[in-house]
Design a binder for this molecule. Sequence first.
Ligand code: C5P
Length: 240
Amino acid sequence: MKVFVILPAAGIGTRMAASQPKQFLALGGLPILIHSLRAFAAVPRVSALYVAVREQEIARVQSQIAEFLPNAFQSGHSHPSIHVVSGGDSRQESVANALAALPAAPDDLVLVHDAVRPLIDAATIDRTLDAVLEHGAAIVGLPAIDTVKQVERTAHGALIASTIPREYVVLAQTPQGFRCDLLRRAFAEAAADGFQGTDEASLVERAGHPVAVVPGSAANLKITQPGDLALAEFYLAHRA
Ligand code: C5P
């Protein structure tokens, strides 16, 4: 059984108001995407990494990988191979393109991780893989700290429809891991129904398979808006 990792990195990052997509911004002197790749490359169970980027960024990403992850383009026992594929117009399409490129067997495992969550740690990746082996599907999730409200959007702004008890709420992070045959079936069913999800678990849930949750952390933040980068620098500097 092999473990494949998909990193969708084809977003354009409009919420960040930066000069380039957030996955290429520097964190501690290295591109954010390189931190994410290194985190998974350091996990012995990982066989290969597939990064989905926009067509016009393939060459730039390949040269960054060659510079910061030497040996990545050859398969070897001590390091996983890294492959760069073309992304799509949505996160789901970027993951689907990478999934189509994986030389994976039905019982291999696939982890999907947002390229813009550079502070994922090896212990959480390992716990996710263990949960996927046990349940077939598992994601990293952060218990809600704030009280959660469901709202209706009206012409006068948002109005609260109900309060969702927070013990029933987790905020979905990544990695999200699945047996390959399950993930491929969930993607095929979503494509057939025209369903667009913002994560892989939502596709697997609608395919009728239970998805386990392993505890995440605030440090595994998704760098999305101004201020997130400074927070990530803080976590990086204070990492144990
Ligand atoms: O913007 P969002 O929160 O959906 O981004 C999550 C991840 O999905 C990011 O790493 C981003 O680069 C990636 N993405 C992608 N292809 C897109 C849009 C987002 O790979 N078309």
